[in-house]
Design a protein around this ligand. Structure first.
Ligand SMILES: Nc1nc(=O)c2c([nH]1)NC[C@@H]1CN(c3ccc(C(=O)N[C@@H](CCC(=O)O)C(=O)O)cc3)CN21
Ligand SMILES: CC(C)C(=O)C(=O)O
Ligand SMILES: [Mg+2]
Length: 263
C-alpha cells in the first residue's frame, strides 16, 4: 500500500515531520522511496530543471502526465503529488476536474494547484468528487508576471494577514495539504498552528509540518544563483542515496531548514 494522506495527517498529529522532494522519473523515484522520503512531488519545476525554461508557464498537461507515469512506475510505497500546470485548471472547476482526472489516472494520488481564495471553489469541486488537493500559497511561480520576480511574500503585516486568511479558506474548502513557498518563518509557524492539515514549507522555516525541495537543488546540480532556502546535501554525502537520507533525517530532526535557510 502507498502512503496515504491519512498517514501524513497522523504524522502531523504525532509531531513527526514530513520529508518531500520533487521527482520526475522512475530511477530517482525508486532511490528517493528507498531513502525514506514520505511523498514525491512531480513539480512543474521540471520546466526549469528538465526543460531549461526560465519559468514554469510553458509546461503542459501532457508533460505532467508523462512524468507522473514515470514516477508512479518507479515506486510502490510513496504518496505521489502532481502539480497541475499553468492553464490546466484556472478557467473553471470543471476544467480542473477533467484535467485532474488525467493526472490521477497517470498515477498521482493528489494534485497541487497554486492560488488562494480564488481557487476555493476549485478545491471544493475536486475534493468533493474524490480528488485530494494540495493548495500552494506564498510565492506561486505560475503568477510570476504578477509578482514580478521570485521574491519573499507575506513580509508586510497586511500581506501576512491575507496569507493566513487564504490558508484558512483553502483548508475550509477541503484542501488536504498546503505548500507555503518563500514566506517568513514566523508567518508559516502561525499558519501551521492555525490549520490542522499538513503544511509543507519551501523557504518557509522549520515550524511547518514538513519540507519540500527541488531534488536537483538539494543534490547541488542546479546552476546559477542559489536561493537562500536551498541546502546542498551532496557536500557531506558520498552518494545520492546518502544525501537524500541525510535530508530526510535533517527534516525529521527539525535541523533543516536552519536560520540561514529561512526568512
Ligand atoms: N530548481 C528550482 N528550484 C526551485 O525551488 C523552484 C524552481 N526551480 N522553479 C519554480 C520555482 C521558482 N522558485 C524560486 C526561484 C528563485 C528564488 C530566489 O531567487 N529567491 C531568492 C530571493 C528571495 C528574496 O530576497 O525575496 C532567495 O535568496 O531565496 C526563489 C524561488 C522556486 N521553484
Ligand atoms: C517548488 C515546489 C513546491 C513546486 O511547486 C515545484 O517543484 O514545482
Ligand atoms: Mg510547482
Amino acid at each position: 500500500m502507498r502512503t496515504s494522506l491519512t498517514t501524513l495527517q497522523k504524522m502531523v498529529e504525532s509531531n513527526e515531520k514530513i520529508a518531500i522532494l520533487t521527482c520526475y522519473d522512475a530511477t530517482f523515484a525508486r532511490i528517493l522511496e528507498n531513502s525514506g522520503i514520505d511523498a514525491l512531488l512531480v513539480g512543474d519545476s521540471l520546466g526549469n530543471v528538465l526543460q531549461g525554461e526560465n519559468t514554469t508557464l510553458s509546461v503542459t498537461l501532457d508533460d505532467m502526465i508523462y512524468h507522473t507515469r514515470s514516477v508512479a512506475r518507479g515506486t510502490d510505497k510513496v504518496l505521489i503529488i502532481t502539480d497541475m500546470p499553468f492553464g490546466s485548471y484556472q478557467a473553471s472547476p470543471e476544467l480542473a476536474f477533467k484535467n485532474a482526472c488525467k493526472i490521477i489516472a497517470a498515477g498521482a494520488q493528489m494534485v497541487k494547484i497554486e492560488g488562494g481564495h480564488i481557487m476555493a471553489d476549485t478545491v471544493q469541486f475536486l475534493t468533493r468528487r474524490g480528488i485530494p488537493v494540495c493548495a500552494h500559497i506564498g510565492l506561486t511561480p505560475q503568477y510570476i508576471h504578477h509578482l514580478g520576480g521570485y521574491k519573499l511574500q507575506g513580509n508586510s503585516e497586511k500581506s501576512a494577514k491575507l496569507l493566513l486568511d487564504e490558508a484558512k479558506i483553502l483548508e475550509r474548502s477541503g484542501a488536504g495539504m498546503l505548500v507555503m513557498e518563500l514566506i517568513p518563518a514566523k508567518l508559516a509557524e502561525k499558519i501551521t498552528q492555525t490549520l490542522s492539515i499538513p503544511t509543507i514549507g519551501i523557504g518557509a522555516g522549520n515550524s511547518c509540518s514538513g519540507q519540500v525541495l527541488v531534488m536537483h537543488d538539494m543534490l547541488g546540480l542546479s546552476q546559477g544563483k542559489k536561493p537562500r532556502f536551498i541546502k546542498d546535501f551532496m557536500v557531506e554525502a558520498k552518494s545520492i542515496p546518502a544525501a537524500v537520507e541525510n535530508y530526510v533525517l535533517a527534516v525529521k530532526a527539525g535541523r533543516f531548514p536552519s536560520s540561514e535557510h529561512q526568512f
